[in-house]
Design a protein around this ligand. Structure first.
Ligand code: ADP
Ligand code: MG
Length: 234
């Protein structure tokens, strides 16, 4: 399942880390793939962002198996880390022979070992996001309740439609997840009303509230279910 939205700062990484950790705590074996050169999912779970990771897998220097990292706190949670090197993949992937299948190949090489794989996408509709969507069964779209988010949504859903037609007929939109939700703002109500008009069937019923505990958790390298397990965010 890819976490995708071309807008930055909408809660993709936060959602990726916390869903991956929570599903792992439920007893499933989970892999979180960090497909963003900013490597926030890697650092947010307390891992080194200067090691070998997905970029080295893309260039063929390593196998995924060799770079997977296991969480110390949650033994059934694994991360395929990222690093700033991954920036180069945006320009290198299109020139690579079989470039389109490289990311899918990396995922397929470890797919059987995991019950769930989540992919944290970068904030663009560039190569890495397209490859992630082409390799996923589903996409979850985190979004903030703001007006520009609505414009971005139709663009993103068009991209998903194109990827479905071109590369991945089984790709499904799992749902739209409202993040950093503050129900007391008038704007929130307006945006939710618009969303319900067009995407009612895709909107997750439970929004993720804005809480400072969620934003401070990555500083401790912890998912919210450890940092503040009984809080509203968790
Ligand atoms: P993206 O990956 O889409 O760029 P992030 O997950 O990094 O977005 O979130 C952007 C910022 O918002 C981060 O600083 C994060 O800690 C903060 N944030 C995300 N979700 C929440 C929330 N529910 N409440 C408060 N802050 C949040
Ligand atoms: Mg991110």
């Amino acid at each position: 399942v890819a976490l995708a939205n071309q807008k930055g700062g909408v809660g993709k990484t936060t959602t990726a880390i916390n869903i991956a950790a929570s599903v792992a705590l439920l007893g499933h074996k989970v892999l979180l793939i960090d497909a963003d050169p900013q490597a926030n999912a890697t650092s947010g779970l307390g891992f080194d962002i200067n090691g070998k990771g997905i970029y080295e897998c893309i260039t063929g220097q390593c196998t995924a198996e060799q770079v997977l990292l296991q969480s110390e706190d949650i033994k059934s949670l694994w991360v395929l880390p990222s690093s700033i090197e991954l920036v180069a993949a945006e320009t290198e992937l299109p020139t690579m022979e079989r470039g389109h299948y490289v990311v899918k190949g990396i995922i397929d090489s470890v797919r059987e070992q995991f019950d769930y794989i989540f992919i944290d996408c970068p904030p663009s509709l560039g190569m890495l996001t397209v490859k992630a969507l082409s390799s996923s069964d589903g996409v979850v779209i985190p979004m903030q309740c703001e007006f520009y988010s609505l414009e971005g949504m139709s663009q993103l859903l068009n991209t998903v439609k194109k990827i479905k037609t071109l590369y991945n007929p089984t790709l499904q939109v799992v749902g739209i997840l409202l993040t950093m939700y503050n129900g007391r703002l008038t704007l929130t109500g307006q945006v939710v009303a618009e969303l319900k008009k067009y995407y009612a069937d895709k909107l997750f019923k439970v929004p993720i509230s804005r809480t400072v505990r969620i934003s401070e958790a990555p500083g401790y390298g912890e998912p919210i279910c450890y940092h503040d397990p009984y809080g509203k965010g968790a």
